[in-house]
Ligand binder design. Structure first.
Ligand code: S3P
Length: 181
């Protein structure tokens, strides 16, 4: 597949801004945006907390795997995937093979300020105390570290991050597939 046609996938911990930043990137590149969690919610007509509560995490992970892999096989999209998705080897391989994967990183000190805003909609956080959440945060770095490009978000605005990603994509596209007019 041409590098210009590959979908862009955003990975990173819950609440890092994958959806907001992904929507902005999609607008700037005139592409459709897909949030995998929103697609799962639409398919099952339930919120993520309801899916966890009624069917359990194992069911969610299995559905997430099928849905994420199917969407990551499409071209010319901007896709935000769930914070736990990249821990599944099949999702990782499908995304890394078919798409350009950007890891949106955030420091723990910056992230923990966001916890109150996230907890109601994130079942993974509800069953853990702050020390356990911190452990999960650092444990996930290994899976996230397998990516095509990493960017630390912290205090940067969503607009700034989206612009940076779009600029670096244009650079990569021109480098690997220069336009000859
Ligand atoms: C999860 C992250 C969530 C959602 C689900 C599980 C996780 O997505 O997929 O609640 O395990 O980190 P966001 O990263 O979009 O919050």
């Amino acid at each position: 597949m041409s590098v210009r046609q590959k979908s862009i996938v955003l990975i990173g911990f819950m609440g890092v801004g994958k959806t907001t930043i992904g929507e902005l990137i999609a607008k700037k590149l005139y592409r459709s945006f897909i949030d995998v969690d929103q697609e799962i919610e639409k398919d099952l007509n339930m919120t993520i907390p309801e899916i966890f509560e009624q069917h359990g995490e194992a069911f969610f992970r299995d559905y997430e795997k099928k849905k994420t892999c199917a969407l990551a096989e499409q071209k010319l999209k901007v896709i935000s995937i769930g914070g736990g998705a990249f821990l599944q080897p099949e999702i990782r391989e499908t995304c890394l093979t078919n798409c350009i994967v950007f890891y949106l990183d955030v420091t723990w000190d910056e992230w923990k300020e966001r916890l109150d805003l996230l907890i109601d909609s994130r079942p993974i956080l509800q069953s853990r105390n702050i020390e356990e959440i911190e452990e999960l945060f650092y444990k996930r770095q290994d899976a996230y570290s397998i990516n095509h490009s990493k960017l630390t978000v912290n205090q940067r605005s969503a607009e700034e991050v989206a612009d940076f990603i779009v600029d670096s994509l244009k650079h990569v596209w021109d480098m690997y597939e220069p336009r000859i007019d």
